[in-house]
Design a binder for this molecule. Structure first.
Ligand code: NAD
Ligand code: HSE
Length: 347
């Protein structure tokens, strides 16, 4: 049994979900997974920070009020977010990075990952910015420092997609994919079909912890564009940047458009896709498409996501499951930690 010391950077829905899982399940993980986690530091721009090399009470952390500077209420806590100190000096073996996704330059999350990897710490992250924009650099940095850099939750939350395809589809030859890759926009479309207004549906998605800090990224397709770049670069060996992907969202769809589609046995879905042509070039797009109800992606509703990989040997291989959610995404971090544990145990 191995105990890993972990520091949490960003303590919003996802890392708070991880603290809750640790509080509830650490004992069973010892037996089931051969590992346990001790939280030695937490830092958050809004809540402040706290560090304890002997470990913090995960249940107490998970219950912390979401008020400005709340960590100052705990013994040894501060209202200031000492990100660099927590990452470099908490004694953590693993840094769980779950701050806001910045789709423009991936910062400051990319710097947080660099600090951790340079310091010989494994990184698990659900943040799409560093992966879509700086994956090659960060992977090389991890390799040079003999540590792991894992990011399963950056696409489709806790539903296994990246690792599943990487580990089980080699040889099947993936030639492209199409998918519903944003929980918020799919939830909004589903609720609009039920008669809710666009604004109320977005508000509900925010309450449920699906939406980005700025939900424009969800409904304008920018979040899907990052995920398309991540999947295409990981699985199609593309070298796409966000500017290579034409992108539009669901904001131009009116309640009348949604109703008209329903009356003709169709549904609007926000689809992210990429295809490799015979010459090896990869083209990708994000757009709202009208799908016939018989289309395999038409029945995917709410915050559920699905992606169909087109393969030479198997035809379409489709994975579907939660695309967003606090606990669902915290599970992605756990799956990354399990992958690290397997890799470390092999050495
Ligand atoms: N919630 C989901 O369903 C989901 C799913 C997959 C991926 N993600 C990604 O995971 C990350 C976290 O998501 P979340 O739902 O927990 O977001 P959230 O908005 O609930 O929490 C993010 C936290 O990060 C903190 N933060 C922001 N900038 C910081 C900085 N510079 N230093 C320290 N703390 C900082 C914020 O104060 C906030 O508490 C995001 O990048 C998101 O895109 C979320
Ligand atoms: N805001 C994102 C979170 C998952 O990346 C979504 O709704 O899909």
């Amino acid at each position: 049994m191995t105990e890993y010391k972990i520091a949490l950077v960003g303590f919003g829905g996802v890392n708070r979900g991880l603290a809750q899982l640790i509080a509830e399940r650490n004992q069973s993980w010892r037996k089931e997974l051969g590992l346990s986690l001790k939280i030695v530091g937490v830092t958050d721009l809004f809540l402040g920070s706290i560090m304890a090399r002997d470990g913090l009470d995960a249940a107490e952390l998970a219950k912390l009020p979401s008020s400005k500077g709340a960590f100052a209420q705990l013994p040894g806590g501060s209202a200031e977010a000492f990100n660099e100190t927590i990452i470099k000096q908490s004694g953590a073996d693993i840094i769980a990075e779950a701050t806001f996704t910045n789709p423009v330059d991936g910062e400051p999350a990319t710097t947080f990952c660099r600090w951790a990897l340079e310091g010989g710490k494994h990184v698990v992250t659900t943040n799409k910015g560093p992966i879509a924009l700086h994956a090659d650099e960060l992977k090389a940095l991890a390799k040079r420092n003999g540590v792991c850099f894992e990011y399963e939750g950056s696409v489709m939350s806790g539903t296994p997609v990246i690792r599943m395809a990487r580990e089980t589809l080699p040889g099947a030859v993936i030639t492209g994919f199409e998918g519903i890759l944003n929980g918020t926009s799919n939830y909004v479309l589903t609720r609009m079909e039920e008669g809710l207004s666009f604004a109320d549906a977005v508000r509900k998605a925010q309450e449920l912890g699906y939406a980005e800090a700025d939900p424009t990224a969800d409904v304008e397709g920018h979040d899907v564009r990052l995920k398309v770049v991540i999947l295409a670069n990981e699985l199609l060996d593309a070298k796409l940047t966000v500017n290579d992907v034409n992108c539009s969202g669901i904001t131009s769809l009116s309640p009348a458009d949604i109703e008209r589609a329903q009356q003709s046995g169709e549904r609007w879905k926000l689809i992210g896709s990429a295809t490799r042509n015979a010459a090896g070039a990869v083209s990708a797009s994000v757009e709202a498409r009208l799908l016939d109800n018989s289309h395999p992606l038409a029945g995917i509703s709410g915050a559920t996501n699905a992606v169909s990989f087109n393969t030479e040997l198997l035809g379409a291989v489709t994975v579907s499951g939660p695309g967003a959610g606090r606990i669902e995404t915290a599970f992605a971090l756990l799956s990354d930690i399990v992958a690290i544990h397997k890799s470390v145990s092999k050495k």
